[in-house]
Design a protein around this ligand. Structure first.
Ligand code: BES
Ligand code: ZN
Length: 625
């Protein structure tokens, strides 16, 4: 038994015996989370127990949520976040125990924030229960009809909690600074498998009833559920993949290095503290590349390239098991703490497994993304600060390349200033110091000063990185000889129209992406025709290459001349926002708004709310939900 478990068990034993628990104040970050109504300093949840049933015909989740709570002295209320939920009844005590009636109130709802659910409690209340149901339009949930799945015979449901969508399917204190453990029982139609961000079944049950346990405290945005005709295949003793049966073998092939990735990360940053690491490949409407739901990463099928070339995404989601899930941003203004550290670790994992030249290609592409994003925002935009200020805005608005790539660049710059050995020790100690805690940018700043910058006398203007726009001049510079070769090839093509298959035959996805990015959009359409003739880019089965190519095809006019049906097919099938936004934007900015709207109308039923809201806003469609 590890020390951690002994401590956790003791804590449970002690707390169960207490008449009334008190809030341990130092666990709550000082940072105020403007995206939650909860007041954890007065009353906060410490454990959630769900008893839910999933109704696929009406698209409703219903049941009870019981909470263990800790209260400050004299607390007479606890506030949860709810958004578009039907609250049937609330009582003090357990779901099936002695019910003490109480009063509650749902405040007025605003847009993306939802409303506070205020429950009256008495001084010795340590358990409350809410009976509730979701709305068919719940923003976190996507209900797929059988035709929208690979197997075409069973429906599918998945959730997406980050940033503040969990409150649309569970009444909860929906703040990344509040952690709790959970257990759940979920009833689904028999023949389907249910999975959560918790201990998971490996095969279907006869009665469609599943039980889950998450013994490590997590914030609400990491609550997750997937239900469908899903099967499991092991990769190693502690890793494996879940997918629809028709996808399982390809998924397992692609994920062959999962165990190696876990081992590499552990040797850098200490033990993996979540027991198993599995991954589920979802249907193509999943709005993200990946989502780091603890113990069970949710992933888009667009990473299944057949050649394992897009597995940096898996390294990324795995890395969140340290940066994000173990050590968490206190508020969404501190989002870069999650993503910047995660991109840094992702690239260290890729370097450990596939070598420096490989990870440097990723770093170069990241820097290109960052430069383009910041150019787009303009040099003075406060959205290019690492520390954001999202008060009054949907946190989703602040989630762009800046957090990922400027965050990465800051950490890499620190690594280069300190030297790798010192930086590795620093980062490992940071995870140890803050494990199962949330922290703000300001807390991080003082930690990094105290443990890295000051003792090693590093010369860096941290304020410029954290609280000012743009990229500070002192940033680290990734170096890629592989990309230098690609540059030579691209420039020969642009100047002379020359292509040489022998020099491109060993290119990885990343070299292709770099090549496509180098081709000017205003190059004559005949150049695009030639590229497509020689390399059949419009028929690429690699989603990253296809998306990059289609974007250029729109910008250059090649699409207009060739009416690429591949564009429509891709936009209708794939719901991953990272691909959709640039493509719809390119259509809009290149005189194809009508086509964009027409495709969107056809595709929209396939998109999760996260993607359809973004595309609605982009295309100026007033029907956004
Ligand atoms: N946690 C994010 C996804 C996310 C961010 C969901 C913000 C909701 C709000 C996840 O770890 C992520 O970053 N996914 C990336 C992949 C990665 C390789 C950059 C994605 O989905 O593209
Ligand atoms: Zn991430």
């Amino acid at each position: 038994m590890s020390k951690y478990w002994i401590a956790a068990t003791l804590f449970l034993l002690v707390s169960c015996n207490q008449e009334q628990k008190t809030v341990t104040y130092e666990e709550i970050p000082d940072a105020k989370d403007v995206h939650s109504y909860a007041q954890p300093q007065i009353a906060k949840i410490t454990h959630l127990d769900l008893d839910l049933s999933i109704d696929f015909s009406d698209h409703i989740i219903s049941g009870t949520a019981s909470y263990d709570i800790e209260t400050a002295e004299n607390a007479d209320q606890i506030i949860l976040d709810v958004n578009n939920l039907n609250i049937d009844s609330v009582w003090l005590g357990e779901a099936n125990g002695n019910r003490i009636p109480t009063t509650f109130q749902v405040g007025s709802a605003t847009d993306f924030m939802g409303a506070p659910l205020t429950i009256d409690i008495s001084p010795n209340t340590n358990k409350i229960t809410v009976r509730y149901s979701t709305n068919p339009e719940a923003a976190a949930l996507q209900w797929l009809e059988p035709v929208q799945t690979l197997g075409k015979s069973d429906p599918f449901l998945f959730t997406q909690g980050q940033a503040i969508l969990t409150r649309t399917w569970i009444p909860i204190q929906d703040s990344p600074g509040i952690r709790y453990t959970y257990s759940a029982r979920v009833q689904v139609p028999s023949g389907l498998l249910a999975l959560m961000s918790a201990s998971n079944p490996m095969e279907k049950s006869d009665d469609g009833l599943y039980s889950f346990e998450m013994q490590q405290p997590i914030p609400a945005y990491l609550m997750a559920l997937a239900v469908g005709n899903i099967e499991f295949q092991a990769i190693s003793d502690r890793t494996g993949v879940y997918a629809e049966p028709g996808m399982l073998e390809d998924a397992a092939y692609e994920m062959a290095d999962l165990e190696k990735m876990v081992v590499a990360t552990e040797s850098l940053y200490g033990p993996y503290l979540w027991d198993r690491y599995d991954l589920i490949v979802l249907p193509p409407s999943f709005p993200f590349g990946g989502m780091e739901n603890p113990r069970l990463t949710f992933a888009t099928p667009t990473i299944i390239a057949g050649d394992r070339s897009l597995t940096a995404l898996v390294a990324h989601e795995l890395a969140h098991s340290w940066s994000g899930n173990l050590v968490t941003n206190a508020t969404w203004d501190d989002f870069w703490l999650n993503e910047g550290h995660t991109v840094y670790i992702e690239r260290r994992i890729m370097e450990a497994l596939y070598g420096r030249p490989y990870s440097e290609m990723l770093a170069k592409l990241g820097l290109q993304d960052l430069t383009a994003t910041i150019d787009d925002m303009g040099p003075a935009s406060e959205d290019s600060h690492l520390k954001l200020s999202l008060d009054g805005r949907d946190p989703d608005d602040g989630m762009n390349d800046v957090a990922y790539e400027k965050g990465y660049l800051l950490l890499r710059t620190l690594e280069e200033l300190a030297g790798r050995e010192i930086f590795d020790a620093y980062l490992k100690a940071y995870f140890e110091a803050y494990k199962f805690k949330s922290l703000s940018t300001e807390q991080w700043e003082s930690y990094v000063h105290q443990h890295l910058i000051d003792p090693h006398d590093l010369d860096i203007d941290l304020s410029a990185w954290l609280y000012a726009p743009g990229i500070p001049a002192e940033h680290a510079q990734p170096v890629s000889n592989k990309f230098d070769q690609v540059d030579r090839h691209a420039s020969e093509f642009i100047r002379l129209g020359r292509l040489d298959r022998s020099s491109t035959k060993d290119w990885s996805t990343h070299e292709w992406l770099h090549f496509i990015r180098q081709i000017p959009a205003d190059l004559h359409v005949s150049f695009y025709e030639k590229l497509d003739d020689v390399y059949a880019l419009s028929d690429s089965g690699n989603s990253e290459i296809l998306a990059a190519w289609l974007e250029k095809s729109i910008q250059s006019g090649y699409l207009r001349d060739h009416n690429l049906p591949q564009l429509r097919a891709f936009l209708v099938e794939v719901g991953r926002r990272k691909f959709l936004s640039p493509l719809y934007r390119a259509l809009k900015e290149n005189g194809e708004l009508a086509l964009a709207r027409e495709i969107f109308e056809e595709a929209r039923p396939n998109y999760h709310s996260v993607s359809s809201n973004s595309i609605s806003a982009l295309l100026g469609d007033s029907e956004a939900i």
